[in-house]
Design a protein around this ligand. Sequence first.
Ligand code: PEP
Ligand code: MN
Length: 334
Amino acid sequence: MVVVLKRGVTEEKQEQLIHWLQNQGLQIHISHGQNLTILGLVGDTSRVDMDLVESLEIVDSVKRVSEPFKCCNRKFHPEDTVVEIGDVRVGGGHFVQIAGPCSVESEEQIVGVAKAVKAAGADMLRGGAFKPRTSPYDFAGLKAAGLELLKLARQETGLPIVTELMNIMDLELFADVDVIQVGARNMQNFDLLRELGRLDKPILLKRGLANTLKELLMSAEYIMASGNERIILCERGIRTFSDYTRNTLDLSAVPMLHELSHLPVIVDPSHATGMARLVPPMALAAVAGGADGLIIEVHNDPIHALCDGAQSLRPEEYAALAEKIRAVRKVVTA
Ligand code: PEP
Ligand code: MN
């Protein structure tokens, strides 16, 4: 349920109403917009007398929110959320370019790629240290040593780092990571999501391989319900009957998620297509479709990459794409 307050309501009256609602066992999320203050009521609102609340002098209107996701619902929070990572902003008109290899492999590789993507205009560096692999025999990342190399690359370039956490037991190692990625395979690891909700750290939440938008938003809700509101959603392609691409990039997810939620939405054209040559057209399409950012795999030597080489751009290919991204962005925001 959403309670929209009238303009110019005193702090005292607002507090009285909030206490009264809290006493009925509800959690209240307050959204102070430029023009409106909105109270989002979470919990069992079935016993709240809507007519009574609506009749209060300070209340403009009351709406039931039928969707099961509340905190991330745009009805609760009409203005776009802007996630801040140091000087980098994502959402609400701020566009982010995240680039880097699928996996951290060596100091030379990660620092080299970090410098190259920074020169091309990237805002953040990606790189997996803990890798979810389909086969237990494949390279599963350098683990803690990989995180150290990412930090070194950050030190060399100033780029904030984005990397995946698979297991909450490793959380301590991620204390100095700028953005924690929840990978597609963990989108519904509810215990992990709840724990990440206790952090004051941005979370990049990827859509699961076969998950609906509602399920993605319910996963964001897990994190937000535990207190962390710094979430970036990521469309990375879903399983369909498409036979020539790794996944199907669901681009309509971008405007749909923007309609449903105030959280920023970025797109991963690398995992969506699985092929380097399809990354530029899909990246540009995502920008044209209103994405708040892109996460793109870039490798200095894709042929010898230990993971996802086929979908990785070379640094010079990324640089050429980054320029086009800026050009399309100009058209979209004109
Ligand atoms: C990745 O970002 O390297 C990755 C494994 O992504 P996803 O979880 O989307 O497959
Ligand atoms: Mn990858």
